[in-house]
Write a protein that binds this ligand. Sequence first.
Ligand SMILES: [Zn+2]
Length: 858
Amino acid sequence: MLRNLPANFSFPLKTIYTTMKILLALVIVFFNFQTTFSQLRKQPSAAEIKLKLKKLNFLGSVLYVAAHPDDENTRAIAFLVNDRLASTAYLSMTRGDGGQNLIGSEIRDLLGVIRTQELLAARRIDGGQQFFTRANDFGFSKNAKETFEIWNKQEILSDVVRVIRQFQPDVILNRFPPDERAGHGHHTASAILAQEAFDKANDPLVYPEQVKEFGTWQAKRLYTNTGRWWNQTINETTPGILAVNVGTYNTLLGKSYSEIAAESRTQHKSQGFGSPGRRGDAAEFFEFVKGEPSTKDFFENVNTTWSRVKGSEKVQPLVDKLINEYKLEDPSSSIPLLLQLKKEITALGNSVWKTKKLAEVDQLVQDCAGLYVEVVANHFWGVPGQMTMTNFEVINRSKANVTITGIQSASASYDTTMTLPLKNNALVMFKSKRKLETNLSYSSPYWLKETHSQGLFTVADQKLIGKPENDPAIIFNFSFLIDGEKIQLQAPLIYKWTDPVKGELVRPFEVVPPVFVNLNKPVYIFRNQEPQEVTVLLKSASDAIEGKLKLELPKGWKSVPISIPFEMNKKSEEQSFNFRVIPDKEEANTTLKAIAEIDGKIYDVSLRTIEYDHIPVQTLMPIAKSEALRIDLKKEGSVIGYIRGAGDDVPASLRNMGYEVWEMKNEEVTAANLKKVDAVVLGIRTFNTNERIRYFMPELLNYVNEGGTLVVQYNTNADFEIDRDKFAPYPITLSRDRVTEENSEVRILKPNHPALNFPNKITSKDFEGWVQERGLYFPSNWHENYDALISCNDTGEPARNGGLLIANYGLGHYVYTGLSFFRELPEGVPGAYKLFANLVSLGKPKKIENQKKLKSKK
Ligand SMILES: [Zn+2]
């Protein structure tokens, strides 16, 4: 019931809590295709509406296929969507979890969440749709064979076939060729999968459970989106090539497709892909691969008119009329024809085009009426079974005859009928307080709800496969009568606020547990049997809760106290609790967990929020679990200077080892300050990202010369901010050599080197349990003054010996290492901790020897 309507509203109000569920089910089917969640509805301009009307008249579709966020050709997609008016989607095999992050320290699953949102942001600009498979980007792969073994080829193939059967593309475009020219194994694999799926999607015996849902589908043809990268002499006359000018200008949008593409590509900010807008003709080349040949046009011999839909004879003339009679100054005059069109399309038999075009028509009715519908919660979190306050805002900005007849949301126990006429430009606002359903699931990304293997995400609900992200947590369905016709529109529940600098901001409303439990470290290191403090931060998402908090520890470990009672009164309140944890005597590589108990129910998820300006706020709720290492880790020295590069979590890991870390700003790198630290570590890609490094590298090398230890982590060959002969005391040549098999054998080349013996003895056992890779961008050549300490390689490749190079320089030590410490340390890999402790302790044995000598002299 609408309890909080302003008193001055009087209209017949009848509340029903009955059989609208059937209607809701229909609505959900209808809107399945609009998978992108735009937060605040953006009202299109009259020119943009015209483009959308023209799109009603084109019934052709394209699926673009590649492996990662950023692989897709945004210019081709922008052109296909906005010039050819084709229904266009990008299927990315992965979410880009395995890459490096240029804007923050999130890696792996968290980075995958950022890149998923960057792809959605790109699609909001170029107008395409977005699909994914369940494949995890496990890092660089040298060939498709390895990729398929790790992904589980049959599972990913079934996802590609599923997307084809669901989306029913006429044309499939591969970004990559299906062979080693594609470079990355994931790239090659994406092309092989698309080619196989092209045939398999039409075979009813393949994945028959999908056929029941979507039927089979045969795309007309498949091309590879080739170019001068692969074929330097390619041009418009090359045999077997379709050449398309995608650099044309769209007068309704006021942009060229290259300009739209640049904006879209610039959304890949975590990869540093800011792109300039270009103007003028630009050719793209498509090499025919399979299906019915054509090098004249994508859609040759594809019926892209309404006549491809059975019984649509009355539709085509209506659409033509709509376009011809559209008035730029008065879009609402198109509403009667749109409503007539809706009736005709509704009467057609079921097909993918019926679903797509009905959704487009409903959206156009809303666009032409300037109808704004918004539902805002008074907090961004809601707890299942608890009350949530919602504010509704609805306005009709046209002369159309619009009446609200009902609002319904099953998950917010909302089901109301009414007759509320909406006068032209008269704002209607009301409030309501409702209880959220008790069985709602939490709003963390669906593919991260369960643990996953190295290559494949676990998705229990088959219906979610292919979707880019969760559906909004709470959806309100609005029923309108517009000029006598029923129209259904949806609005997701959102939260909005105003930032004094950035203006109005919006984030999704999320369903969360009443309390989050957060351990203060991802890894706890117990270097001996001394007890250590473990802090748990409780954050309340509910008013008035009380319960008890405890740690779940491995066998033989103890905590004091065993449990702690807590009481919190307000939403968003935080409280910290300390436990003293006493580890077992034996060395162990194990985990500990924090759990809160309220009224006999266990809550064990933590809160991880990702906030960047270019994507909506993302909330992850991983299990509150940390690595617990009981290792005999020895270290020397106490203060480490750290100079940040592209961003990594190594400083936290150093603190965890017992070091004090001074994160030095550029101007703090002075001879006087360097005297205060026991070693200096450069963050990953410092030479690529710190443009001032050239000015203080001489100071750092001088520090080494005078006895200091400098550990340089990996850099790539591109965008060097320092002369190549100035970053190391003796020449080093970087390469793209990497060792991606994290289990590859590690051969110790210099077993007696101090870095492998002091203070921790390093053996091949210390290279067990590494994650993702051994390392990357190893040097390929180095001066004879360097000792190469270890050797490893991927299967079938030559030995890579440049992973860990150490030179004595003056009285000190210079270390260059491409080993992936930045991945291993945050994951709690014991051997990586021992080896890194040795590297930063390198300068110390000599001093100890000197002290011994001094003592013996006395
Ligand atoms: Zn890629």
